[in-house]
Each structure stands twice: as structure tokens, then as C-alpha cells.
Design a binder for this molecule. Structure first.
Ligand code: AMP
Length: 210
């Protein structure tokens, strides 16, 4: 089963993935995470990518596609969850050539609420866990013990640029996938466990109908 998670930055895509992982086995492919790993590796490509990401711009389609392709080739699991990909209709068409989608979950959150959440967000540079200043008061990752950081692109200018890109490039994907009858919309303002329950319900309903 191939699932795409779509939602404005801060809508809780990573949190959903963490919260359903005990009930559903899947390979998690997050292009943001893959790109941050490339940056952390210190490669020349990583340095180029860093500059683009920190300004809130999108990385070249072909580069992201290559990363996805490599990950899919190594994937052995029956279920895949894509987070952060596709980000525009062109990438959606590329993905169609690689695999067939079963479900698109749209985590719907207002821009103002997303903004507040991102300013409160902390990220683990080692294991990729996303948490918040409120939850991780010690500043230490509860999963691997590394020191939590704010993401370099979680600054006001980059956030505004990313929101702009979301509405102009990614949001049209909802209609694109609605026409294919793939979209389930979830209110991302609910509590994290409620959001996860709704996502699991959508997954189970899809499997039941098959
Ligand atoms: P995310 O972790 O999904 O918020 O992604 C962080 C940053 O990585 C984005 O702001 C983009 O610069 C870049 N990025 C992630 N996914 C994509 C994608 N599918 N296409 C282009 N750039 C991407």
C-alpha cells in the first residue's frame, strides 16, 4: 500500500508517522529527512542543498526524484508512506511512473496555527525526531539522547517562503488527487492521537475495501 501525506509545514506529518508506527508497518520516505541527511554527510551536494533549503526554496525536482528512486529500489516493505513528496504536480507525475498510489491523506491546518507550531518545533539532528519546546524541556532527544535543535529553515523568512510554495505548488495536488478519488482529509488541529486514529481508520478502510 502506497500512501502520500500532504499538509502545510507544521501540520504534523512526522508526528502522525511516529504515532501510527506501532500499529502499521511501513517504510517511511521523507524527502526533507533524506535531504537533511545529505547535508549532515558534509558532501558537496549537501552544501548546495543546504543553501537552498535554508532560504525556504524547493530543491531541484530531478535531485529529489533520484533520492526517492534510490530509496524505493532498496525498499523491502509492503507499505510505503511518502512525506514531503510529491510537492508539485510534476513530481506527482514522476511518482506515478515509479509506483501506484492507494491513499492520499491531507492534514488540513490553518496557516496561522502552522506558524505557531513551527516556531515551537525542535528537531533531532541525529535520528530526525520532531518534537516541541513544550514537550522536550530538557532539550535532549527522548528517542536517541542527542541534543535537540531548531531546524535552520524554521526561521520567519524561510517559513513564509515555504508557506508560499505550499499554497502555489503543493496545494493544487489536493484537487489533482481528488479527481483520482484518493484523498482523505483529516483535521490536523485535533490532538495528535486523534489525528493518528483518523489516519489509521482511513488506512484500514482502504484495506477493507480492497
Ligand atoms: P520538509 O522536511 O518536508 O519540510 O522539507 C524541508 C525542505 O527540503 C523543503 O523546504 C525543501 O527545500 C526541501 N524539500 C523537501 N522535499 C522536497 C521536494 N519533494 N521537492 C523539492 N524540495 C523538497
Amino acid at each position: 500500500m502506497n500512501i502520500v501525506l500532504i499538509g502545510i509545514q507544521g501540520s504534523g506529518k512526522g508526528t502522525v508517522v511516529e504515532n501510527i508506527s506501532s500499529q502499521f508497518e511501513f517504510d517511511y520516505i521523507s524527502t526533507g529527512l533524506l535531504l537533511r541527511e545529505e547535508i549532515a554527510s558534509g558532501s558537496r551536494l549537501g552544501m548546495q542543498v543546504k543553501e537552498i533549503i535554508n532560504k525556504g526554496n524547493l530543491v531541484d525536482n530531478q535531485l529529489v526524484l533520484d533520492l526517492i528512486f534510490k530509496r524505493l529500489r532498496n525498499n523491502k516493505k509492503a507499505n510505503v508512506i511518502f512525506d514531503g513528496f510529491p510537492r508539485n504536480v510534476s513530481q506527482a507525475k514522476d511518482l506515478e511512473k515509479l509506483c501506484e498510489l492507494d491513499l492520499v491523506v491531507y492534514l488540513n491546518l490553518k496557516k496561522e496555527d502552522a506558524f505557531k507550531r513551527i516556531l515551537n518545533r525542535l528537531n533531532c539532528p541525529k535520528c530526525g525526531l520532531t518534537t516541541s519546546v513544550d514537550k522536550a524541556k530538557s532539550g535532549i532527544c527522548p528517542s536517541c539522547g542527542a541534543k535537540l535543535e531548531r531546524r535552520a529553515d524554521d526561521n520567519e523568512d524561510a517559513i513564509n517562503k515555504r508557506f508560499e510554495k505550499f499554497y502555489s505548488e503543493t496545494y493544487p495536488l489536493i484537487d489533482y488527487y481528488k479527481k483520482q478519488n484518493l484523498v482523505v482529509e483529516v483535521d490536523a488541529n485535533l490532538k495528535p492521537n486523534e489525528v493518528a486514529d483518523l489516519v489509521m481508520r482511513a488506512i484500514n478502510e482502504h484495506n477493507y475495501q480492497k
